[in-house]
Write a new protein. Structure first.
Length: 120
């Protein structure tokens, strides 16, 4: 019954085939917006980072959101200000206060991870 109600509204259900995917043409980095587009508090983003690729963000990108990173496969080196976290498959990291950050895949194959974020 609950699944039927969710499917009727459309806004609470995000089917894999309908989820927008963005790909960086320079690095091959891909982001899939997994969460439904209803403006809920929680947002899930699935990312695939090719081997050898590093993506950096300024502290301002983290100012208005709480984030956790959950690695699904591969190895992710996450630079959070002066701290460096090496995350393996299954590891989950809750980010601290806003800082300049970078996501780096030191491997040859892709690293897949999910970012869960809640806007402040």
């Amino acid at each position: 019954m609950l699944l039927a109600l969710a499917e009727q509204t459309g806004e609470r259900l995000s089917r894999a085939a309908d989820q927008p995917v963005w790909r960086d043409p320079e690095t091959g980095y891909t982001r899939r917006a997994v969460s439904p587009r209803n403006g809920g508090m929680l947002e899930l983003v699935e990312i695939e980072l090719p081997g050898g690729v590093r993506v950096a963000y300024p502290a301002s990108a983290f100012t208005f959101q709480h984030q956790q990173i959950w690695v699904r496969s591969g190895t992710l080196v996450f630079e959070e200000g002066d701290q460096v976290h090496t995350l393996e498959a299954g590891d989950c990291l809750q980010l601290g206060p806003p800082a300049d950050c970078a996501f780096f895949n030191p491997g040859n194959g892709p690293c897949a991870y999910v970012v869960a974020l809640v806007r402040r």
